[in-house]
Design a protein around this ligand. Structure first.
Ligand code: 13P
Ligand code: SF4
Length: 408
């Protein structure tokens, strides 16, 4: 979809710059974009609204209240924050990271009684799976889900597996599931000899999978699967077949399924789906030496035109190590791109699209929800715990540990 709104030209305070401070242009707002992912679906991997009264967003004491609750809880508490979180929330994180780093960090904190996850539901579920039974994982707003994770439901994936079984190819197909999936999809993956991947280790996970079998069923992000297979693994676009769970046989012939090296689930991220090759062409015309960096959840046509591709952690590293004065257009969620602009005042940082593109479910975790969670915890009330049942957890952990054991 082409964007129609012009940039506002508003600039943010870029803190103390060591060289010339570059102004940040805020993209324009689109009501449609602000709504992405905000619907409440009972079949969704995310939960429901949180119970109880939330502090008023206008309360001037919110920061002090969060600090006081955090101090009271001390080492019993560990707060994880994904890079897409709002500034008002991320300032309280003990560790920030991409999904891979946050999973590692959750597993590495056995002493913390409470892990407060400032991120989305599938991340908190993974933390619960990787932590001990006596640790509790808390998601400050249960409605913080992921619309991509919702695109693969267990009944749909099991029906797809039956198709592969009928064709006699399930035994030689290895499921590889993106971290952005529900715990029961991760469990299916572990039970069927597969592994999890994140945007920072998808190529390694696919290499591992092709050592185990002849083809991969990649869930649920077709773009990460295609980008990794074609760009990093040397497969062609023709080696990839998109399985549509809403169609019989996935909308594919038996031969298309048998011959595919990558069976890509028809799922995508609505936020990263916004970026277009046209925006890249326009920017390159305007600023010939611009560097384009995008997240691998973007479409293949976008990734193919970009100079760099990487996870959120990788994007931060690349930009922070770039030469002063260099210009960067970044194709990922807006909270992170804004933060990059703040943290790199000596570089020119732009958002790759002209319109606002927040992940609205990541944005559900705001300061009132965080304060509400922390104050309840400090008073001995553990609210919004994310608990994966033991059977699901057992196999999901197998799949997650396969990923964590991949060479670094
Ligand atoms: P990262 O693992 O790169 O942080 O990505 C998570 C995510 O949800 C991207 O949309
Ligand atoms: Fe899910 Fe996309 Fe939001 Fe990431 S940015 S959490 S994939 S909806």
């Amino acid at each position: 979809m082409a964007s129609t709104t012009e940039t506002t030209g508003e600039s943010v305070d870029t803190r103390s710059a060591t060289t010339t401070t570059q102004a940040w242009s805020e993209p324009g707002e689109s009501p449609l974009l602000l709504l992405l992912g905000s619907n409440q679906d009972p079949l969704s991997e995310r939960g429901v609204e949180c119970p109880g009264a939330l502090p008023e967003p206008s309360d001037p004491d919110l920061v002090a209240r969060a600090l006081a609750a955090k101090e009271k809880l001390g080492d019993r508490l560990f707060i994880l924050g994904h890079h897409y979180q709002r500034e008002e929330v991320i300032q309280f994180a003990d560790t920030t990271g991409d999904s891979f780093k946050l999973a590692q960090q959750a597993a590495a904190r056995p002493e913390a009684e409470f892990i407060v996850f400032c991120g989305v539901h599938f991340m908190a579920e993974s933390a619960d799976i990787l932590t001990n039974d006596d640790q509790q994982v808390i998601l400050p707003d249960l409605a913080a889900g992921c619309s991509m994770a919702d695109m693969a439901r267990l009944d749909q994936v099991e029906a797809a597996w039956e198709v592969l079984t009928r064709l006699g190819i399930a035994d030689t197909t290895i499921p590889v599931s993106y971290m952005n999936s529900s715990a029961d999809i991760k469990s299916f993956t572990g039970r069927n000899g597969g592994t999890i991947c994140t945007s920072s280790n998808a190529a390694k996970s696919l290499e591992w999978a092709f050592e185990q079998g002849e083809r991969v069923l990649f869930l649920p992000d077709q773009h990460l699967g295609r980008n990794t297979a074609v760009r990093d693994m040397g497969f062609s676009l023709d080696d990839c077949a998109v399985f549509n769970p809403r169609k019989p046989n996935g909308g594919l012939t038996d031969d298309e399924l048998r011959n595919a090296k990558m069976i890509l689930w028809k799922g995508h991220c609505s936020v990263h789906g916004r970026f277009s090759p046209d925006s890249i062409d326009e920017l390159r015309n305007e600023i010939p030496d611009i560097n384009i960096m995008v997240h691998p959840e973007c479409k293949y046509e976008v990734v193919s035109k970009s100079d760099y591709v990487g996870s959120t952690e990788r994007i931060i590293k690349q930009v922070s190590e770039a030469a002063p004065g260099s210009a960067w257009a970044i194709g990922t969620e807006l909270n992170l791109v804004r933060r990059l602009a703040l943290q790199n005042p000596d570089k020119r940082i732009m958002f790759l699209d002209k319109t606002v593109c927040f992940c609205s479910t990541m944005n559900r975790i705001d300061l009132p929800h965080l304060v509400w969670s922390l104050e309840n915890l400090a008073e001995g009330r553990v609210m919004n715990t994310i608990t994966v049942d033991p059977e699901t957890s057992k196999w999901a952990k197998v799949a997650l540990e396969r990923m964590l054991a991949l060479p670094g």
